[in-house]
Design a protein. Sequence first.
Length: 126
Amino acid sequence: MNNKFQKFVWLNNFGLNYLLIFLLLGLFLSWIGLGWVLNSFLILVALIFIAPMIVLWRIRWWLQRDLVENKCPVCSYRFTGFNKTEGRCPNCGEPLKIEEGHFYRVIPPDTIDIDAVEVSVNQLED
Ligand SMILES: [Zn+2]
């Protein structure tokens, strides 16, 4: 633990030294009229750090807008798909169309969709 603390202190001193050198260099450059070099370097560093954050934010926004999680209308298997696309259910293989946050079956025009009803023997006898 003592060794880790010494390492931490050494790292802190190392960082402080670089920060001090950077500040002195900045003051020197602005004193001799080359402040634009420092400014362009700082802008470049800011772009390097800010650009990936903007890209990640944009990807996250796009995924939240276009990813749809819903249940298959045939087998009720819950999965994720992209909005306004067609695909198949990974569980039952049914062709599905994904629109407005829901999964819909892709049915040929002449198909009649029916629901099977289980009738018990007692009902038949009555
Ligand atoms: Zn399914």
